[in-house]
Write a protein that binds this ligand. Structure first.
Ligand code: CU
Length: 446
């Protein structure tokens, strides 16, 4: 990764370009000593390189496709221009041998990630994902920061990826029994006693719900998908659904302690109800600490009170199909086209889950506030891009589109459900414009 500073001659202002070359290609992925999978990855590593930038920087990623099939990159949680969102409604997929340049300013601090948005059920399982960290001016002082990307892989008898597809996998989402942290099977992490670390945790798995626990020890949640929350919240667990991130402060611990970074049992009606370790932490010799946990992180003004009436219903449902197994639907149709959203107009959406399974709802390109889950306000206010919608549940979210018109989407982040139809496209339009204006403008560029 390179970064250089360019100066704009008329102003004193300096902005930095973070330039990253990413090549998607097949390579051996050693998940444990001697255990290699045939992965597809960025620059031969899983996760791909962690992209780091400061608020206001321009990130330039030159993606070269060295795969045998098309690919794109979606910048999960980042407020990028529509044309940079990486979906097939805004770009022609990057063909084998081609290069595409993604270019966008990063306006928000937080823990984000990037991943393939083409044939995702295969491309993400095979390793096409990485973290993207944006730092603000007032980051807390801590002793050490780690980016922990959680994933699981489903392996067959030969030790390579199990065959993709099948009715059960399409229905439940692909879950594996091999859990990875930063691409390695249950690694051992060494931590100094007496120190406080900041862990930026990403759930990059296709379908696994991670009820994140650090051996039951208390930690402080300081941020979620859209950056800092208002003040640290002490917890002993946090539910990370596929696509979610959490920023947490852990420690200090005593010398000689060991504990697991694990998922506590979560029943999303797939029959999995056991604790699942992702890594072990071993606490070594004490080191001095300079960490200072702030009492206040930032203010998040509520967009609207929690009982505001919804102006849109998004209904998630399933239907058995003799031909395809399960159809996954939004408002009773697969691959729905939803009504446009006007820039600046408050959106209050009720995401209603008519099915018997959990679904993680992901909105591209914009952040929302969760007003309530089944009528109950969340424990703390936050900005999010992905929220779990419990079975037969109702999640009320509020958001406002800033001035980034274009074609956007929302979908279930269980990748097999997204592929199975639980997604919708919609246009964000400027006041007085229609989606048709936008589509015509868009088709001229294609
Ligand atoms: Cu789903």
């Amino acid at each position: 990764m390179r970064s250089h500073t360019t100066s704009h001659s008329q102003h004193e202002h300096h902005s930095t370009e973070v330039v990253v070359d990413l090549e998607a290609r097949a390579a051996d992925w050693e998940i444990a000593p001697g255990h290699r999978l045939r992965g597809w990855m960025y620059n031969g590593q899983v996760p791909g390189p962690t992209i780091e930038a400061n608020v206001g920087d321009t990130v330039v990623v030159r993606l070269r496709n060295g795969l045998d099939e098309p690919t794109t990159i979606h910048w999960h949680g980042l407020r990028v221009p529509a044309s940079m969102d990486g979906t097939q409604v805004v770009q022609r997929p990057v063909q084998p041998g081609e290069t595409f340049e993604y270019r966008f300013v990063v306006p928000d601090a937080g823990t984000f990630w990037y991943h393939s948005h083409h044939n995702e059920t295969v491309q993400m399982e095979r390793g096409l994902y990485g973290a993207l960290i944006v730092r603000g001016e007032d980051e807390p002082v801590i002793d050490r920061e780690r980016v922990l990307v959680l994933d699981d892989v489903k392996l067959g008898r030969g030790g390579d990826f199990a065959r993709f597809g099948g009715w059960m996998e399409q229905h439940m989402g692909r879950e594996g029994d091999v859990r990875l942290l930063n691409g390695v099977r249950e690694p051992m992490l060494d931590m100094a006693a007496g120190q406080i670390e900041r862990w930026r945790v990403v759930n990059a798995s296709s379908a696994k719900y991670v009820r994140l626990s650090a051996g039951g020890k208390p930690f402080s949640i300081i941020g979620t998908g859209g950056g800092f929350i208002e003040a640290p919240i002490e917890a002993t667990e946090y539910l990370l659904v596929p696509g979610n991130r959490v920023d947490m402060l852990v420690g200090p611990f005593d010398e000689g302690e060991t504990f697991a970074i694990e998922s506590l049992p979560y029943d999303r009606h797939t029959g999995r109800k056991k604790r699942e370790p992702f890594a072990m932490v071993r606490v070594g010799d004490a080191q001095p600490s300079r960490a200072a946990i702030p009492e206040r992180l930032r203010d998040i003004a509520p967009l609207i009170h929690e009982n505001a009436a919804p102006n849109r219903i998004v209904k998630l449902s399933e239907r058995l199909s003799w031909r395809r197994g399960t159809d996954f639907m939004i408002n009773d149709e697969m691959h729905h086209n939803d009504a446009p959203v006007t820039v600046g107009e408050l959106q209050v959406w009720d995401v209603v889950n008519a099915s018997h399974m959990d679904h993680p709802f992901h909105l591209h390109g914009f952040m929302f506030q969760v007003l309530s889950v089944n009528g109950v306000a969340p424990l703390f206010r936050s900005w999010e891009d992905t929220v779990n919608v419990p079975p037969k549940g109702r999640v009320r979210i509020a958001w406002v589109a800033d001035d980034r018109p274009g074609l956007w989407m929302y979908h279930c982040h269980i990748l097999e459900h997204h592929a199975g139809g639980m997604m919708a496209n919609f246009a964000v339009v400027r006041p007085g414009e229609t989606a048709t204006d936008l589509e015509q403008a868009h088709s001229c560029h294609m």
